[in-house]
Design a protein around this ligand. Structure first.
Ligand SMILES: Cc1cc2nc3c(=O)[nH]c(=O)nc-3n(C[C@H](O)[C@H](O)[C@H](O)COP(=O)(O)O)c2cc1C
Ligand code: SF4
Length: 326
């Protein structure tokens, strides 16, 4: 494998949160998976001040010392501490099923939601993102990610197919990224290649992807799917879905050789000789299953689906492979 390819632990919502506070096992989970082999651990789905979580066990960034402890432990183990900043909206409740029965209404509801929020509340969400990132930097995080994937609020706001004022949001996000780059903080934006609604995805997708790739973020972290349309695209398991995710990510990266991208979807399951040099590697389930996966690929994710705790009615992550570990 090419040694310059950076490796990221991409966002994972662990549920290791009680009353909005990080539990000790939250810190232990990230400490155990951070190492000099991992460029950056991006702590998943952290809510911005005044924002709304994707479930009741999603943490909100704050000045509490737990956040500095978390960033400090990741750094001490040899990885760059990263954080994914996100919000949903008042009354949001994620679908528990993999293919939401209400999927066909999701796009229409998203457009309505953005219209109802209006420019003032959208501007407030962007100010909350500023505040979140300042708190995160103060706590020691050195990679900041905007979660603009999976149908959460920022993914609706950046897409002109859903938000007629998307260009204003893109301008604000560009300024946000440049402000952090200027002081040496790495930045990324996570986006979805597709929503999973085939009618919607059939129009304007290339233009949307081009807009995302030309924003001044250091990395575009490439995911796919909207949570309330088709979760199979978010966590691909079937070989055909994995293959499509990989092929589309490679094509996207090839189209924008000056931008760096992060590939996920069992990133090491296939040889990497077909990957363009601007594509870096993101890991989630293999590293969940085996914290030492980057140095020992003999054990990884067994695709059992047990970690989808929210869809399964559980309240924190678990893995069928943990019982097998020494
Ligand atoms: C249990 C679980 C929780 C996840 N939580 C998040 C999250 O909080 N934010 C996010 O962007 N992606 C989340 N994902 C998606 C992963 O970041 C990743 O993109 C996906 O699992 C595909 O990569 P993999 O094949 O290496 O697992 C989650 C995935 C799993 C399995
Ligand atoms: S629970 Fe199953 S699908 Fe999830 S990481 Fe573990 S082995 Fe993979």
């Amino acid at each position: 494998m090419s040694s310059e390819r950076l490796k990221f632990f991409v966002g994972v919502n662990t549920g290791y949160v009680t009353d909005g506070k990080l539990e000790q096992r939250f810190v232990d989970f990230y400490r155990r998976r951070s190492s000099p082999a991992l460029h950056c651990a991006i702590v998943g789905n952290v809510v911005i001040p005044g924002g709304h979580g994707s479930n009741s066990r999603t943490p909100t960034i704050s000045c509490a010392s737990d956040w500095a402890k978390l960033a400090g432990e990741i750094a001490r183990k040899g990885s760059l501490p990263g954080i994914q900043l996100s919000t949903t909206w008042e009354g949001y409740s994620g679908s528990r099923s993999f293919r939401s029965p209400a999927a066909r209404e999701t796009i229409g509801r998203a457009r309505e939601l953005v219209r109802e929020l209006g420019p003032a509340r959208i501007a407030a969400a962007l100010r909350a993102l500023d505040k979140a990132s300042d708190i995160a930097v103060e706590a020691g995080f050195r990679h900041l990610q905007v979660h603009a994937a999976h149908g959460y609020l920022f993914s609706l706001l950046v897409d002109e197919r859903l938000n007629e004022h998307a260009s204003r949001v893109l301008k604000r996000l560009s300024e946000w990224a440049e402000r952090h780059t200027a002081v040496g903080i790495e930045t990324s934006i996570r986006i979805s290649l597709r929503t999973g609604d085939s009618d919607f995805d059939a129009h304007g997708r290339n233009r949307f992807l081009a807009q995302m790739a030309t924003l001044p973020f250091d990395f575009v972290d490439v995911s796919s799917g909207f949570y309330d349309i088709d979760k199979r695209l978010i966590y691909p398991g079937r070989p055909d879905v994995l293959k499509t995710r990989r092929t589309e990510t490679i094509e996207f990266a090839r189209n924008f050789p000056e931008r760096r991208f992060i590939l996920s979807g069992r990133a090491l399951m296939q040889p990497d000789h077909d990957l363009p040099p601007n594509l870096h590697l993101g890991f989630c389930r293999d590293l969940v299953a085996n914290p030492d996966y980057l140095t020992d690929q003999s054990r990884g994710c067994a695709n059992s689906g047990k970690c989808h705790y929210f869809s399964r009615g559980g309240d924190h992550i678990t893995c069928s492979q943990w019982a097998n570990q020494a």
